[in-house]
Structures are given as C-alpha cells and as structure tokens.
Design a protein around this ligand. Structure first.
Ligand code: ZN
Length: 391
C-alpha cells in the first residue's frame, strides 16, 4: 500500500503531470512542525490526532534538510519531509483535508572505499580525495586525536565506509565500517562490530573506554525503541527513535556520558530538550524535561553522571517521562544496544567468533583497497615490513 504511494509520487514527480510542480525547500532552523502546518494552511489536527510516538517523530526533522512539495496550481498535493536517512513524513491532500503517514525514503546505502597518503593534513587530504567534509572527523573520533598527532607525511589511511544516497545526492553522514591508519609505518585497525555498532581493534578489544549510562532512576520503560518497523496490522511504518522512561516529575536526569551541550531549548513535540555531543560522533537527546539544571548553557561540557535537568511532561507527553534518544551521526540507534554493552571492553565466546569472522573479511577488503590504488605501495608490503602493533 505504502510502496504504491511512493511509486505514484515518483511517477508524478518525474513526468511533471499537468500543472503539477515539484518544489524543493530547506527546512528552516527552529521551525516547528505545527508552525509549518499553519503556514501551509493544513489543519493542526493532522498532528494532534497522531499517537504520541508519531508526534515525537515530527520533532526529528533536521534543520536545513531538503523537503519536497508537490503542487497542482496553488493546491498542495503532497509533501515529503525527511526525519532520518531512512524515513520521511508524507502528507497527502485528500478529498477532505489531509492525511499523514511515515514512509521509507527511497534511498540506498552504497559501499565506498578510499585510500589516502598523508600530505598536508588528514582533513584536507581526505576532502580532496572524497569531497566529504565529515569523513575525516569521524575517523579521528574512532581512533582518538592522539593517533594522528604522530602521523607523518607519506603515512596511509584506508577506509571502507557506507554512504546513504538519494536521487544521486549524499544523505546523512558516512558510516565507517572498517579503517586502517598507518602511523610511522605501523598499521592500526578499527572494525565496527555489526552486533553492537561499536568499534573494536583486531584483538576484539573495545577501541575506547567510552560508554553511556542510563540517565535516570526510572519506574518502567513506557515505550521502547523501534526503528522504521513495518507494522503488519496497521500497515504502517512505526518508529520510536528513543526509549521513554516513566519517572516521577522532578526526578533528576544525569548526563549519559562525557560530552558537550549542543542544544538546549524547546524542540516541537519533544518540549524542553537537551542534546549532548559525545565522542565517536554519538549524540544523546533528553526530552519532555520540566526544567534544565540552573546555569547549564549550550556549549558547556558535562561529565557522565552530572545533573542536567528534571523529568517533566513538556511538549507532547501523556505523563511525566524522559524520552532518551541516541544518535550515531544522523542514524537513530537503540540506546539499549550501547548502554547494555557499556562495561564490556573485550568480546568473548560466540560474540568474539562472529566478530573475528567479520574482521577477517574487512582486513581483506582494506588490503584490496590498498592494492587497487596504483599510486600506493600494496598494503601487503606494509604488513610484511612492519609488525602490526596491538592498538
Ligand atoms: Zn519517546
């Protein structure tokens, strides 16, 4: 059903039927979904009639992201607003009023490989080769800044990463699957374990001591994480980009990990919201807060466990609870997957076996990346000439 909608939409767009016009806009920073509806003369009930988790999704619109409006004369026929690299809000003109649902983005993930030799700086060299502004930063956060301080001209970096593409355009940030960084002719590796989305070295040791904690003492989980799951009965995509923890009003909320406050303010249905940027390109989001900790400002650094605010019911909320979201780049991930593995520093048993199988394939791939590039010494030589130090 939903797939046919998307198909119809694509046909309309590409044929530009009758007087239909497709317009692309950039989502204005700070604009709420409700204000957007009002501005386009669409009833606010469209939003108010949504279940709570869908209302929360309407707060996930990323500022400056491109959305599409299909118009017939002056009448808006359809609107598509992305809320992640996988999902978008779909508004449609009906005989009476409008309908809203959440549909998949017609995008694909493509694998990309890059090999660079350090010449000026990792950021400059990476940009010159890939025209991607975030890849170097992601790499640095995975290996840690210190690794790159001692790199020398001529050292090499090989990366296998994925990038989401829609209509030929890059969407979201690249996700590094595996990487090799050579420092003074010694190779270091990182592999993103598909089972917990964390980075490990060749010995299946966690690549950092970074971990997240559940940010409060809660009574119960009132709504669990769900990622663009097609609901067989409702025949709809349902998603909840976080975990809702029910807790009494005023209960303390603590920073889930060390980081820096990058957002403080109202965020649509999320009400009073804080976003903290952590290492390794992770961000945590705390919503529906009653109040922020006094003196906490945007730009401030916070330590894990530091008080940041109080449980409330601001925004769209049926009762006091904390909506806790976790993002890796532009991808919403299940906080449980990261929080539960918090203290594990080394994979063992079956988990290690699965990881080893994955890492062997990735090592081969990283080797191929080096071999396929005519300008560089094959990676094989690096391996033969130097001991691969444990990292
Ligand atoms: Zn929630």
């Amino acid at each position: 059903m939903k797939i046919s909608y998307v198909f119809i939409l694509i046909v309309c767009f590409s044929l530009n039927l009758n007087a239909s016009v497709v317009q692309k806009f950039s989502w204005v920073s700070g604009e709420s979904f409700l204000w957007f509806l009002k501005r386009n003369n669409i009833s606010k009930d469209l939003y108010f009639n949504l279940p709570p988790t869908d209302k929360e999704l309407c707060s996930e619109i990323i500022a400056n992201s491109e959305y599409t409006v299909l118009k017939d004369g002056k009448t808006i026929k359809q609107i598509l607003i992305p809320i992640s690299h996988k999902m978008q809000i779909h508004i449609r003109k009906e005989k009476i009023g409008h309908s809203i649902d959440f549909i998949a983005i017609n995008s694909k993930n493509i694998g990309k490989q890059v090999l660079i030799t350090l010449n000026t700086s990792i950021h400059k060299d990476m940009y010159n080769k890939t025209h991607n502004r975030t890849l170097a930063g992601n790499l640095v956060s995975i290996f840690g800044k210190n690794m790159f301080k001692i790199m020398q001209k001529g050292d090499k970096i090989a990366i296998n990463y994925t990038q989401t593409i829609k209509d030929g355009k890059l969407l979201g940030t690249p996700a590094i699957v595996s990487a090799m960084v050579e420092v003074n002719k010694k190779a270091y590796f990182r592999f993103k374990n598909p089972h917990d989305e964390k980075y490990y070295n060749k010995k299946a040791q966690s690549a950092s001591n970074f971990f997240l904690k559940i940010p409060l003492k809660y009574s119960r989980v009132s709504s669990d994480f769900s990622y663009r799951r097609f609901h067989p009965i409702l025949k709809k995509y349902r998603a909840h980009h976080g975990i809702d923890y029910a807790a009494p009003r005023g209960r303390h909320i603590y920073a889930s990990g060390d980081g820096r406050v990058v957002f403080k303010g109202r965020k649509g249905g999320y009400g009073k919201t804080l976003i903290i940027q952590h290492k390794h390109n992770y961000r945590t989001l705390y919503a529906h807060m009653r109040a922020y900790k006094k003196g906490l400002k945007r730009g401030k650094t916070v330590s894990q466990g530091a008080l940041i605010g109080y449980v409330g019911s601001t925004g769209v909320s049926t009762g006091p609870h904390l909506h806790f979201g976790l993002y890796s780049g532009s991808k919403a991930i299940n906080p449980n997957r990261v929080v539960r593995k918090a203290l594990k520093t080394k994979l063992k048993g079956k988990e290690k076996k699965l990881f080893d199988m994955f890492a062997i394939k990735q090592l081969d791939l990283l080797r191929d990346i080096s071999l396929n590039n005519p300008y560089h010494k094959p990676y094989k030589n690096i391996k033969n000439n130097c001991a691969i130090r444990k990292s």
